[in-house]
Design a protein around this ligand. Sequence first.
Ligand code: SAM
Length: 215
Amino acid sequence: MSIADAKLNKKQVVEVYSQIAFFYDVWGNLTEAKARSRALQLANIQDGESVLEVAVGTGLAFREIVRMNPNGQNVGIDLTQTMLDRARKKLGQTGAHYQLAIGDAYDLRFENARFDVLMNSYMFDLLPEVDFVQVLKGFKRVLKPGGRLVLVNMTKGEHFYQNFYELLYRINPSWMAGCRGVQLANTLPKAGFKNVSREMTSQLGYPSEILTATL
Ligand SMILES: C[S@@+](CC[C@H](N)C(=O)[O-])C[C@H]1O[C@@H](n2cnc3c(N)ncnc32)[C@H](O)[C@@H]1O
């Protein structure tokens, strides 16, 4: 099944997510909470590990990562300052140790083999398909040997009603904040990942894939 073209460039991503940051959590809880929770379970973060979340957004997963890993290193980056501000507000209440900073998935400013776990949710939905391998190779570079990757993406539905959101995107991409269904299981090995596994969830008919892989 073909993947629709991405419609937003980086500048537009920042504009759109700056505008919707204030109600992102409503959407995130209504349609993505189930997949996020399963991804955190599969990440199996052990306290003391070094964890990077790329495209941390408003911190819905990052807050849980920090809870699971109070004595480890927790780093979150995102392209959009307004989303990060929301994450900071959420995390401020935990009193835990973490770093949140502006950062680009295409240009990870971390040394090689720094992290045990890399998590990334609902970002590839926004990127051009032609860039997937390049971005995944960057993820691979910052993971330690044996490191774990956990990805969550909006994906293609298996039932007709799950393709409602894809239809909205095809009519007007801005109605989906630039997100369309993608499938990355076959792409991960091309970037050097092994032991790829894929699960699908659906919440309010919104289809998500949860992928795990190792180095
Ligand atoms: C749909 S939101 C998902 C947020 C969060 N991961 C979650 O699941 O709640 C997409 C996020 O990806 C971020 N983003 C998009 N392209 C990015 C890039 N190249 N590098 C870092 N963040 C990016 C956006 O700024 C936005 O916060």
